[in-house]
Write a protein that binds this ligand. Sequence first.
Ligand SMILES: Nc1ncnc2c1ncn2[C@@H]1O[C@H](COP(=O)(O)OP(=O)(O)OP(=O)(O)O)[C@@H](O)[C@H]1O
Ligand SMILES: [Mg+2]
Length: 153
Amino acid sequence: MNGQFDSRAPAELEAPALHDSVRPLFIPVHSENDLAVVAASVGAFASERTRDPVHLARIRIAALELATNVVKYAKRGRVEIRVLVQGSREAIELIVSDRGPGIADVALALQDHYSSGGTLGLGLPGVKRMMDEFELHSSAELGTTVRVRKWLR
Ligand SMILES: Nc1ncnc2c1ncn2[C@@H]1O[C@H](COP(=O)(O)OP(=O)(O)OP(=O)(O)O)[C@@H](O)[C@H]1O
Ligand SMILES: [Mg+2]
């Protein structure tokens, strides 16, 4: 099941491209202990690109929610954080992926308060709301990949 980027992406001719001098950062997620590393590493990386406290909080919370899902539902996976450039604009992109069991019903998983794990069920829908773009791919064969973007300027 494929999600789609929503229409808030800036409509410019050039597609967003990877920043040519900022290397992506990969953070392995193997257990709950790695969640603190995700928060710290993502926070430090994003702080190099923006001082906006709301942007920084949203990026860190999104990474934490998605990485928490990896630990909870897929056991292990990874977080990638990178910088995209489109014209004069810059975005932080998070790609959180795992090779776990996948999400059988993505539309259901994106609904507020749906949880198969007995918690609030607000992680995915919250991340979708707090970021500018959200894309989720999931299958039993390939696991789950969530890609989100926050445009900084
Ligand atoms: N990486 C994943 N692999 C497999 N299933 C997932 C994954 N991420 C989310 N899900 C499924 O989607 C549901 C909704 O996820 P969401 O993060 O919104 O809620 P939650 O993790 O159950 O609760 P909360 O995040 O509020 O503590 C989960 O209950 C789970 O069934
Ligand atoms: Mg969750």
